[in-house]
Design a protein around this ligand. Structure first.
Ligand SMILES: NC(=O)c1ccc[n+]([C@@H]2O[C@H](COP(=O)([O-])OP(=O)(O)OC[C@H]3O[C@@H](n4cnc5c(N)ncnc54)[C@H](OP(=O)(O)O)[C@@H]3O)[C@@H](O)[C@H]2O)c1
Length: 277
């Protein structure tokens, strides 16, 4: 039987961890791209040897270009990829830049995912019915994107940086669908889920969110199961690219702006040519 491969960024916590568990149970080879293997080891310690042998961990800091490049070289050895789940995401309320002076929310949430997807595009098309799942957010509707200042040199606000990154993931999804016709790409808003999201920020918002979220937010296991069922069902209109979990939704007008999609694509290719190729 053909081996099925799934790549998940941020597969060690929250939604990504639930995807990892589901894909393992469905007998996939699961390739996880994250920083912290210890978290994963703890979560899968009850798994059988056979299940563990199907998990491959690529220690990667998605906020750093060099680290992403090293991982891409290893991932290229996977001949055929069935699912790429671009899931990892952060919000940095204080501005942080990487060694290449790229703002880290932009790099982690969007640019690293562009690099991985673009570098592996041929491996993904080889997986019959290859699919790219980009985890976005309804928060993309609050974006305030200056396409001439992706690095937010002139103005920085952590929330806006996050909203912008989720809009970029959507613009990217639309462009992927227009370019790679043999691969389907989706952008998915997972809803408000009870995860570790935002916990890297040591402030009052983190404490507040933690409390409220544990009471009101959805269980990531339930959400991941619904998304898995949906992306493996082929039960969707081929013209819909943005979903709230498994329901087609209209994304913002900016996300559907072809000029913006093209400009972002060109700028992302420039970054790719400068650093990756
Ligand atoms: N939680 C919500 O309510 C919500 C709502 C809408 C959208 N989302 C989106 O859902 C996705 C999953 O988030 P979550 O809620 O599951 O959050 P989470 O529990 O914080 O998980 C985030 C994952 O991203 C990885 N990650 C973060 N920074 C990284 C870096 N620099 N390098 C490598 N991996 C990194 C983390 O792994 P390591 O720490 O091991 O590196 C972790 O596995 C995100 O894209 C988020 O924007 C979440």
């Amino acid at each position: 039987m053909k081996k099925k491969h799934c790549l998940i960024t941020g597969g060690t916590s929250g939604l990504g961890l639930e995807f990892t568990k589901i894909f393992i149970k469905k007998d996939f080879f699961v390739h996880i791209i994250s920083r912290n293997e210890e978290k994963l080891k703890f979560e899968i310690k009850q798994y059988s040897k056979k299940m563990k042998s199907k998990i491959f961990f690529y220690k990667t800091d998605l906020s750093e270009v060099e680290s992403v490049i090293k991982t891409i070289k290893k991932l290229k050895k996977i001949k055929s990829i069935d699912f790429l789940i671009n899931n990892a995401g952060v919000i940095n309320l204080e501005k942080e830049t990487n060694v290449n002076n790229i703002e880290k929310t932009f790099m982690t949430n969007y640019l690293s995912h562009f690099f991985i997807t673009y570098a592996l595009r041929k491996n993904i098309s080889k997986g019959k019915n290859g699919k790219i799942i980009n985890i976005s957010s309804v928060a993309h509707k609050l974006a305030f994107l200056n396409i001439r200042d992706l690095n937010m040199e002139t103005f920085y606000n952590g929330w806006i940086a996050y909203f912008n990154s989720k809009l970029m993931i959507l613009l990217f999804t639309y462009k992927l669908n227009s370019i790679f016709r043999d691969v389907q790409s989706f952008a998915i808003h997972p809803g408000w889920i009870n995860t570790n999201f935002g916990n890297n920020n040591d402030n009052i918002i983190r404490k507040f969110l933690g409390q409220v979220r544990s009471i009101f937010a959805k269980d990531p296991e339930v959400v991941a199961k619904k998304i898995f069922k949906f992306i493996t069902s082929n039960d969707f209109n081929k013209k819909d690219f943005y979903f709230s979990i498994d329901k087609a939704r209209k994304s913002s007008n900016s996300s559907q702006d072809k000029r913006l999609q093209n400009e972002l694509w060109k700028k992302s290719i420039k970054f790719f040519n400068k650093y990756v190729s």
